[in-house]
Write a protein that binds this ligand. Structure first.
Ligand code: FES
Ligand SMILES: [Fe+2]
Length: 423
């Protein structure tokens, strides 16, 4: 029997230290509850303000667990709004490119339905009905697009599909995440985007990014050549913190210039870049409030996991990564990854950013490579519970937060009278 000394987990008695069930990642019934309890009620990040560069810009976002698609617009008044992407005439999906399942973006004065040609302004108002005099008592002023709650924080655009969200976006984000508001995300506009359709529950992939216990065995090459490359190396994160359903982990690393070059790959030295990003970092992100909240020495990365499905990783080297995970069924999801840098000024800087993006893809593929196996192993139901180490405290916290939201939803649903009121 072993117990870690000075454990992070034991500082959170509400999390317990016992083995954990992952039935929440394999049960179709739990998935249906999760869709209603979480994805139709939580604030969800759907994009960045840079995706709406001009008045008249718009983009659509598919939200499969809510069976919803939203249009986010920047109106001629400069305001950001969101609407259900549904035509008020006969319910056709209003905006799409290629096929109705594909997302779209562009600039327009009006949004035109492909079916019978009704048109809408970017403020959602219905502007034109084809052969309007053929309709009965039609009042265009009452046929605008159905609005969705929308707000922005630090340039991240969020929507909430609940009829009345119980908390504003800022209340929802809380103090730990909210403290990052002045971080210069808006300066990091050189973006590399990746998208993958994965065969696992969405939470299984999130779990892979909220603990670093797996790094030495799974990402052995990430440790560098020579003696550093040791699958039995002990890796420990420097700080963990939770705030409501949100959580974060800080990891530390010696600066690359402090590592003898024989422990670096020649390509890292050539590009002056690596898995922590370009070595020659712009000096934009030091001493920003909210960053490195545990004041770790050799701070390298803060990984903020914003409930339910957004992750923002802030790197000491002046760039950030954002991940979003969109469940599409109990055992499939879509993963989106965005690397954002201060725009390169020289070819050398551009090459360093591209090298970091390529490495990211390599290591993310190593993580994704385990997903099928974990999903299949869990679905065998050979084991009902699994032990989690102290380094996996955030996995514990995440599944508990999901369970708490589902339980709260179940309680509300079960105390509702048939006419919709509370008992
Ligand atoms: S469904 Fe859109 S115009 Fe008819
Ligand atoms: Fe990993």
């Amino acid at each position: 029997m072993t117990t870690p000394r000075d454990s992070w987990t034991q500082r959170h008695p509400e999390l317990g230290t016992g083995p954990v069930s992952f039935e929440d990642s394999i049960s179709p019934e739990f998935y249906r509850l999760e869709c209603d309890a979480i994805f139709k009620r939580a604030w969800l990040n759907v994009g960045r303000v840079e995706e709406l560069p001009k008045d008249g810009s718009y983009f659509t976002k598919e939200i499969p667990p809510a069976k919803a698609s939203v249009i986010v617009t920047r109106g001629t008044d400069g305001r950001t709004r969101a609407f259900h992407n549904v035509c008020r005439h006969r319910g056709n999906k209003l905006v799409w490119d290629g096929t109705p399942r594909d997302e779209a973006r562009g600039i327009a004065r009006q949004l035109v339905c492909k079916y019978h040609g009704w048109r809408y302004g970017l403020d959602g108002g219905c502007r034109y009905v084809h052969q309007e005099d053929q309709f009965f008592d039609l009042d265009k002023t009452r046929l605008g697009l159905v609005p969705v709650h929308c707000d922005t924080w630090a340039g991240f655009v969020f929507v909430n599909l609940a009829p009345t969200p119980p908390q504003s976006l800022r209340e929802y984000l809380g103090s730990m995440v909210g403290a990052l508001e002045s971080y210069p995300f808006h300066e990091m506009t050189e973006c590399y985007a990746f998208r993958a359709e994965n065969r696992s529950n969405w939470k299984i992939f999130m779990d892979a990014f909220q603990e670093y216990y797996h790094v030495p065995p799974l990402h052995t090459q990430q440790l560098g050549p020579g003696r550093l490359q040791n699958p039995e190396a002990e890796f420990e994160a420097a700080h963990y913190q939770t705030d409501g359903p949100h959580r974060m982990v800080t990891s530390s690393s010696p600066a690359k210039h402090e590592i003898p070059s024989k422990y670096l790959y020649p390509s890292e030295v050539l590009f002056r870049s690596g898995n922590l990003g370009p070595w020659d970092a712009p000096d934009v992100a030091r001493d920003v409030p909210g960053v490195n909240p545990g004041r770790a020495d050799h701070w390298a990365i803060d990984n903020f996991q914003i409930f339910p499905n957004l992750e923002i990783l802030i790197y000491e080297r002046g760039w950030y990564l954002a991940y979003r995970y969109w469940p599409t069924s109990h055992d499939t999801h879509v993963f989106e990854g965005y690397l954002s840098f201060v725009p390169a000024r020289t070819a050398r800087e551009r090459a360093a950013r591209e090298y970091a993006a390529v490495l990211f893809k390599e290591y993310a593929l190593q993580d994704a490579g385990t997903l099928d196996g974990t999903q299949m192993g869990l679905e065998a139901r050979a084991c009902a519970e699994f032990p989690l180490s102290d380094q996996e405290i955030l996995v514990r916290h995440f599944h508990k937060s999901v369970g708490d939201w589902v339980d709260a939803y179940r309680r509300e649903r079960d105390t509702r009278t048939p006419d919709g009121g509370a008992l």
